[in-house]
Design a protein around this ligand. Structure first.
Ligand SMILES: Nc1nc2c(ncn2[C@@H]2O[C@H](COP(=O)(O)OP(=O)(O)OP(=O)(O)O)[C@@H](O)[C@H]2O)c(=O)[nH]1
Ligand SMILES: [Mg+2]
Length: 329
C-alpha cells in the first residue's frame, strides 16, 4: 500500500469498515476512491478499489433481484430500531441523513429532491439505529407505499425547517400522515379511526438551527407545540444537538442494552444485546440463544440496582447497561 495517502483516505476507509449495508459500503468506497491521489504509485490500489466496487455493485444488484419485494419502498430493517425522517420538501431530511449516517442521498436547494427512501445506520454509543430518509410529505405528491413504510417504523422523526413557518409545516405533515392512518402518539386522542390507525412515537426535529441565533425561534416553536411533543432544535449543517438527538432517539425507542458475560470470562462489552425496556433475564436468555432459555440453571447480574454478581431468577427485570452471566446445566 502506498504510504503517502491523505487523511481523508483513512477516514473513508474507516467508514467503509464500519459500514453495515451494501449501499453504505459502496458509498464509502466511492468516496475512498476519490481520495486516492492519481500517480504511478497508486495504480495498483486504485485498480483494487475499482475491483471491490464492481464486486459490491454486482452483489447488491443480485440481492435486489433475488428479493421478493421489488419496490424501492421496501426497506430491510436492521439494527436496534428503525426511525423514519418525515416532513415537507426542502426541510433538510436528506441533509440530516447524510450528517448522521454513512448513507449519501442527494441534497439540493430545491423541493422534491428525494423520490425514493434511503436507509442508513446511525451509531448511538455502541448500538446502531436505522434511519430512513423519505420523499417529502406533500399534498401534490402522495405515494401510498411511502405511508406503508412509515407505518412500520418504530419512531417518527418529524423534520421541519425552523426558518420557514415551522408550525404550518408541522400541522400540514401531521394532517397528511393522519389521513393515511399514521398517527404520531401525541395526537392519539384526535384520531377519527383508531382501529385502523398505526400509532407511532414521535420526535420533532427543528432543523436549520445552525447556531445560537435561532435558539429563541426554536424555543417559541417548542412552546407552541406544547408539552406533549419533544422538539429538538438541530442543524444538519453544523451538527448542533446531535448528541441530544441520539439520546432522545434511544430513550424513545424504549430499549435497553444488556451485555453477556460467558462464565469465567470477561463481559463482552461493546457488543450489547438490545432488548425492550422491562425485559427479564429469561428474555435475555432467549435472545442470546434459544437453548439457553430451556436449560438455564442460574444467572448473575452486574449493574444498577443489584449487588455485583447478584444471583437473579428468570423474572428478574434488567436495566440498561446490565451485565449478565448465564449458566446452563
Ligand atoms: N442552513 C442550513 N441549511 C440546510 C440544513 N439542512 C439542509 N439545508 C439545506 O436545505 C436544502 C434542502 O435540503 P435537503 O436535505 O435536500 O432537504 P429534503 O428535506 O431532503 O428535501 P426533499 O428531498 O425535497 O424532501 C439544501 O439546500 C440544504 O443544503 C441546515 O441544517 N442548515
Ligand atoms: Mg430529500
Amino acid at each position: 500500500m502506498p504510504t503517502n495517502l491523505p487523511p481523508e483516505y483513512h477516514r473513508a476507509d474507516e467508514r467503509f469498515r464500519s459500514a453495515r449495508t451494501a449501499e453504505e459500503k459502496i458509498a464509502a468506497l466511492e468516496d475512498l476512491y476519490g481520495t486516492i491521489p492519481k500517480h504511478k504509485g497508486t495504480d495498483k490500489l486504485r485498480a483494487d478499489v475499482r475491483r471491490r466496487l464492481a464486486k459490491l455493485r454486482d452483489e447488491s444488484q443480485n440481492q435486489k433481484r433475488a428479493g421478493r419485494h421489488e419496490s424501492a419502498f421496501h426497506v430491510v430493517r436492521e439494527g436496534a430500531g428503525q426511525a423514519a425522517l418525515v416532513g415537507p420538501p426542502n426541510t433538510g431530511k436528506s441533509a440530516l441523513m447524510r450528517a448522521l449516517t454513512h448513507a449519501r442521498p442527494e441534497v439540493a436547494d430545491y423541493p422534491f429532491t428525494t423520490w425514493t427512501p434511503t436507509p442508513g445506520m446511525m451509531p448511538i454509543d455502541d448500538i446502531q439505529v436505522q434511519l430512513v430518509d423519505t420523499p417529502p410529505v406533500h399534498r401534490d405528491h402522495v405515494e401510498p407505499a411511502m405511508f406503508d413504510l412509515i407505518r412500520h417504523a418504530d419512531l417518527l422523526l418529524a423534520v421541519v425547517d425552523l426558518s420557514d413557518e415551522p408550525l404550518r409545516q408541522f400541522d400540514e405533515t401531521n394532517a397528511i400522515l393522519m389521513e393515511h392512518r399514521v398517527v404520531p402518539l401525541p395526537l392519539k386522542d384526535r384520531t377519527v379511526n383508531p382501529e385502523r390507525s398505526e400509532f407511532l412515537p414521535a420526535l420533532v426535529l427543528a432543523n436549520k438551527n445552525d447556531d445560537a441565533l435561532t435558539d429563541e425561534d426554536a424555543a417559541v416553536f417548542g412552546e407552541l407545540l406544547g408539552a406533549s411533543w419533544t422538539v429538538i432544535p438541530v442543524s444538519a449543517a453544523t451538527g448542533r444537538n446531535f448528541e441530544l438527538l441520539k439520546k432522545r432517539v434511544f430513550e424513545t425507542l424504549g430499549i435497553i442494552r444488556v451485555y453477556s458475560k460467558p462464565p469465567g470470562k470477561k463481559p463482552e462489552m461493546g457488543s450489547p444485546f438490545v432488548l425492550k425496556q422491562g425485559s427479564t433475564v429469561a428474555d435475555f436468555a432467549a435472545k442470546v440463544h434459544h437453548d439457553f432459555l430451556d436449560h438455564l440453571s442460574s444467572a448473575r447480574v452486574w449493574g444498577a440496582g443489584v449487588r455485583d454478581g447478584q444471583l437473579a431468577g428468570r423474572d428478574h427485570p434488567l436495566n440498561d447497561g446490565d451485565v449478565v452471566e448465564l449458566k446452563t446445566g
